[in-house]
Ligand binder design. Structure first.
Ligand SMILES: C[S@@+](CC[C@H](N)C(=O)[O-])C[C@H]1O[C@@H](n2cnc3c(N)ncnc32)[C@H](O)[C@@H]1O
Length: 286
């Protein structure tokens, strides 16, 4: 096994990328800081707009050479900077989809002077026309009622009815609120259901997924659950530790770990810098 595979390196992604050979990654699936003022134990989410966009462009340029020619990239963003970052990526790749993740469960409070934001904006990009995409792996089964409604003879046994439908670009999956069984102690942990769909569709079974900003290690756990290899980076040692424990629990039990301490996660402290003026969305995103 290559020394760089199946590890979350506890270091700056820009430095860590040197470990990864060029052209070795099938899927970059990444969830960078959104620059909404969150406290990840570092200043990555509290930059000036110019610094944030320049830093984003720098890591994109460092990461893309690692991708195979038929590889893909998914990036989680919010409406606040997705326009600028999508333009950066569109100069380098072909945009296939803007996926809206409807987080479903609204947060408490939030702005009284604008609408509550309950979605993430996810960009899906590829490099070439022959990019890997396994639609059958992510089809959604028709429910019994729909099948029943298609009982006319021309539909019976029809492949499309049996294999299910192609997921739309609006994904309604509950965010991982504090009571959610999957939740660990990371403020922007992503649901495995979403990440696993991306892995199954866009990384071949023997492929490698790279996440530059691992947080609690969701991409690593999803990759292993789907039988793929992974590599990634995370700056905060506490999050690295959570990722490590989630991976160990998965290896031991075959199940993802919901709470690394085996107890209710403690209240999260200082989720945003007090001195940082915040857009309303930062208050609303758990
Ligand atoms: C949006 S969160 C990722 C959450 C993750 N998807 C999960 O499910 O837990 C972004 C993460 O990037 C980390 N980060 C910020 N700057 C970084 C850098 N330069 N290198 C590596 N990690 C970084 C932050 O500490 C934070 O945990």
């Amino acid at each position: 096994m290559s020394a760089w595979k199946n590890q979350v390196f506890c270091e700056d992604a820009l430095a860590g990328l040197a470990r990864v050979p060029d052209g070795s990654i099938d899927l970059i699936l990444t969830d960078p800081p959104y620059n909404l003022g969150k406290d990840y134990g570092n200043a990555s989410d509290q930059q000036s707009v110019d610094d944030y966009l320049a830093w984003t462009e720098a890591w994109i340029d460092a990461a893309l050479p690692k991708l195979k020619p038929n590889g893909s990239l998914y990036i989680f963003l919010t409406w606040r900077y997705s326009p600028e970052i999508f333009v950066m990526l569109k100069k380098r790749m072909t945009m296939m989809n803007e996926i809206i993740w409807d987080r479903r469960v609204p947060s408490m409070g939030g702005s009284t002077r604008s609408y509550s934001s309950v979605h993430d904006t996810i960009g899906f990009f590829v490099r070439r026309k022959d990019y890997y995409f396994d639609l059958d792996a992510v089809r959604i089964p028709y429910d019994a009622e729909t099948k029943k409604a298609r009982s006319r003879s021309i539909f019976v046994g029809a492949k499309w009815l049996e294999v299910g439908y192609n997921p739309k670009d609006l994904w309604s999956v509950s965010r991982l609120h504090r009571e959610h069984a999957e939740r660990v102690d990371h403020p922007t942990q992503k649901p495995l259901e979403i990440i696993e769909r991306m892995v199954k569709a866009s990384c071949p079974p023997d492929g490698v997924v790279m996440d530059l900003f691992m947080g609690s290690g969701t991409t690593a756990v999803a990759a292993r659950r789907c039988g793929r290899d992974f590599v990634g980076f995370e700056l905060n040692p506490e999050y690295c530790d959570i990722a490590r424990r989630r991976l160990e629990a998965l290896a031991e039990t075959g199940k993802p770990l919901s709470d690394p301490q085996g107890q209710t996660p403690p209240p999260r402290k200082g989720r945003r810098a007090k001195s940082t003026p915040l857009p309303s969305e930062a208050l609303e995103q758990e």
